[in-house]
Design a protein around this ligand. Sequence first.
Ligand code: FES
Length: 171
Amino acid sequence: TPALAPPMAGDVLVHADPSRYGEPVKVSDLGLQLVRAWPQGKDKNGDPVIRDQDPTSVLAIFKYPAGQVQEPTDLNATIDGQIVAYGDRCMHAGCNVGNNDQQPGLMNCPCHSGQYDPKLGGKVIGGPPPAPLPQLPIKMDGDKIVATGFFLSRPYGYTKEEDWKAYTEQV
Ligand code: FES
């Protein structure tokens, strides 16, 4: 069903926080503290549907000062090399990864202290996670942020080919 499908091309990123749930994320909302978002697609009738029924589809979005986002981030999948989006489930055991309160712009997993750097492709910089967070390719569409494809690497829980296929083929 559309609400269980992964983020995919054309999806608008909308706020996941209950206080702003469903509002499109704007550039002015973003900075070095993550903004959590869900992808919003369309159902068969063309009506909007927020894909919030699979916890793996939740996203974390950051905006960095110019020049800070570097490889292995896929820079073509960012907005102006400054705005990046990642899957927000920890690759270790699937917890939601949060902000690193000591170091703005970095991420900290509350479960076992996994550390990630979203400006370096979501790479692991500490703790037990076995793989980087999956980057989601994005672009601007008017004043909205939209996905341009699936996650660029397999998210938590979908590392097996058949599971990934099943996740990406449902709409
Ligand atoms: Fe994130 Fe274990 S679930 S470090």
